[in-house]
Design a binder for this molecule. Structure first.
Ligand code: FES
Length: 570
């Protein structure tokens, strides 16, 4: 043990304060020797029936508890706000920073020596990791695991098919009954989305950063090995407390570089960029959005999963899981990074095997040479924008077309299927005011559904541009995270229908063919929308959220306040 247990500043106290701290714990039927002098481990639980992806977390927490007790620790489970991607309106992203504050303050204010973060649905992972980083005590992540692969008419389906099914319904290629059948077969078990969407990307992120035990990313929620991993993580966090292995010991610059490279190889979500930037900001590691492109652009796609490929997370697990992917990247990764189990990244994967080359391709014969993420620069996105080339249409990588501009989501919904909309297969759809401040909360609406008149002609993709985000399960030639967002009065704000836009993915540029003079003229005339700031949390959010290229965190939350124990209140 390198230092006295933090929890002793509660339970080790004499006199009135110690009496109060211990006596009320005992009302849970806990004998004194159950927690006296033992490492106290918090289990930060995002269980909620409103977060279906995390609905099995009570059981998972029991497995973690067993492990903590076996290793001589004292487990205490506590709830934090849970963000269910499918139900929360207007968007779970609006509350990511709020949850991170809940997590940070819950950990610091309580007698915890270490913490296990139970993460699953998209935002539950970054929000918990961000909050824990701002305290920086020993921490391990246990992900809930993906659902079993969905089934429809004898074939495998997953979340990415939602977009195809609904387009097919609109184009008359699918009936309501068939859609109902697909809906019933989509989510066959506990767990998060089974494609390489944001939740899976986040699970890969924590494993590649070294924040979890090996294999955390891909074990299905319904597989008994998920509980085994939870129990082993419970055992391990007690040891981490004894070793004083903190988040800042694991989350080095090299670890962040590894996460970016792995995200490229697995074809991870564009949301990965925003969340990793925010996590880096909390732990104090400098990270710039341009580094995502620099570190990703030479790494091809190795993992053949939806939405860029054809398999699912269950298949990734059977093929060897993330350790088998890491092994493929051995020559590219920073192999000496320390991970949660105390071993290096390389030690964790050196003895694993790949069992299915169709699911995990070799670096010498990748599944797809298109990179997972590209960062664009140009006069339409002064601070950058992102695109996922591996999920886009190669014939649109270099494209010039006339903008069809929608000023906000209501405008889009009103006019997208208007037969008179001036749109054809060369058009570029533009959606404004769906950014962090403008919506607010930066929803996942960037992969706008195409006009029904083009779908009927068989058009499958258009270049689409917005200051919003896209679900990690989405696909298409979709430019996202335009910064500065429209509501701030940059060049994107003054774009008009008919302007010529040029996207050049290989050249990493996004430009509008307007002179500086014309852009200045329009910006001088531009007026911000009248303030419509609500009270309460949304007011705090709108006034403090940073732009997407910085991670959309609150400026005042960046950094780390440590784990100092506050004064007693009795
Ligand atoms: Fe929870 Fe997809 S809705 S991970």
């Amino acid at each position: 043990m390198k230092q006295a247990l933090r929890s002793q500043q509660w339970f080790g106290k004499k006199g009135k304060d110690g009496f109060i701290y211990r006596a009320w714990m005992k009302n849970q039927g806990i004998p004194a020797d159950e927690f006296e002098g033992k490492p106290v481990i918090g289990i930060c639980n995002t269980w909620s029936e409103l977060t279906p992806c995390n609905s099995h977390f009570r059981e998972l927490a029991e497995s973690v508890k067993k492990g903590i007790i076996q290793a001589g620790g004292f487990p205490v489970e506590f709830p934090v706000m849970s963000l269910g991607e499918t139900l929360i309106k207007p968007t779970a992203m609006l509350y990511r920073n709020l949850v991170s504050m809940d997590v940070e303050e819950s950990i610091r204010a309580n007698p915890l020596d270490g913490v296990v973060l139970l993460c699953g649905c998209d935002k539950t992972t970054p929000s918990l990791v961000m909050g824990a980083c701002s305290v920086n005590i020993p921490t391990i992540v246990v992900s809930g695991g993906p659902m079993l692969t969905g089934k429809y008419k004898g074939r495998d389906i997953g979340t990415s098919d939602i977009w195809r099914f609904t387009d097919d319904l609109r184009a008359g290629l699918m009936t309501e009954e068939e859609l109902n059948m697909a809906e019933a077969g989509m989510c066959r078990s506990h767990g998060h989305c089974a494609v390489m969407g944001t939740a899976s990307s986040m699970a890969c992120m924590v494993e590649s950063l070294g924040l979890s035990l090996p294999e955390n990313a891909a074990i299905p929620a319904a597989d008994s090995n998920r509980k085994v991993l939870a129990q082993l993580s419970g055992r391990r966090i007690v040891e981490m407390v004894k070793e004083d292995l903190k988040l800042s010991d694991i989350l080095t610059k090299k670890a962040f570089e590894n996460a970016i490279k792995v995200n490229a190889a697995v074809g991870g979500s564009t949301n990965f960029i925003i969340h990793l930037l925010a996590i880096a900001g909390r732990i104090g590691v400098p990270l710039d959005i341009t580094e995502f492109d620099r570190l990703s652009n030479s790494i091809p796609l190795l993992v053949n999963l939806h939405p860029a490929g054809k398999f699912f997370m269950e298949d990734l697990y059977y093929a060897g899981g993330l350790p088998a992917v890491l092994k493929e990247l051995d020559t590219i990764l920073n192999t000496d990074c320390i991970t949660a189990n105390g071993k290096t990244l390389q030690e964790n994967y050196q003895n694993v095997e790949c069992y299915n080359r169709e699911v995990i391709a070799g670096l010498n014969k990748p599944f797809n040479n298109a990179t997972a993420l590209a960062v664009l620069q140009g006069n339409l996105c002064e601070n950058g924008a992102v695109i996922k080339p591996s999920a886009a249409s190669p014939h649109l990588f270099q494209h010039t077309g006339k903008a069809v501009v929608f000023e906000n989501i209501e405008d889009y919904k009103l006019r997208i299927d208007d037969p008179d909309l001036p749109v054809d297969e060369n058009s570029v759809l533009v959606l404004k005011n769906v950014g962090p401040r403008g919506y607010p909360g930066m929803p996942e609406v960037g992969n706008m559904t195409l006009p029904v008149k083009l779908l009927a002609q068989g058009v499958k993709d258009l270049v689409r541009i917005s200051d919003g985000r896209m679900s990690g399960t989405g696909f298409g030639t979709v430019v996202l995270h335009v910064s500065p967002e429209a509501t701030l009065g940059g060049n994107f704000s003054v774009l008009q229908t008919g302007d010529m836009i040029t996207l050049d993915v290989p050249g990493r540029t996004l430009n509008v063919e307007l002179s500086e003079e014309e852009l200045s003229r329009r910006k001088n005339q531009w007026k911000p929308l009248p303030p419509d700031i609500e009270r309460g949390y949304v007011n705090l959010y709108v006034n403090n959220v940073e732009q997407a290229h910085l991670g959309a965190d609150f400026g005042f939350l960046k950094g780390n306040s440590g784990s100092k124990v506050s004064r007693d209140s009795h």
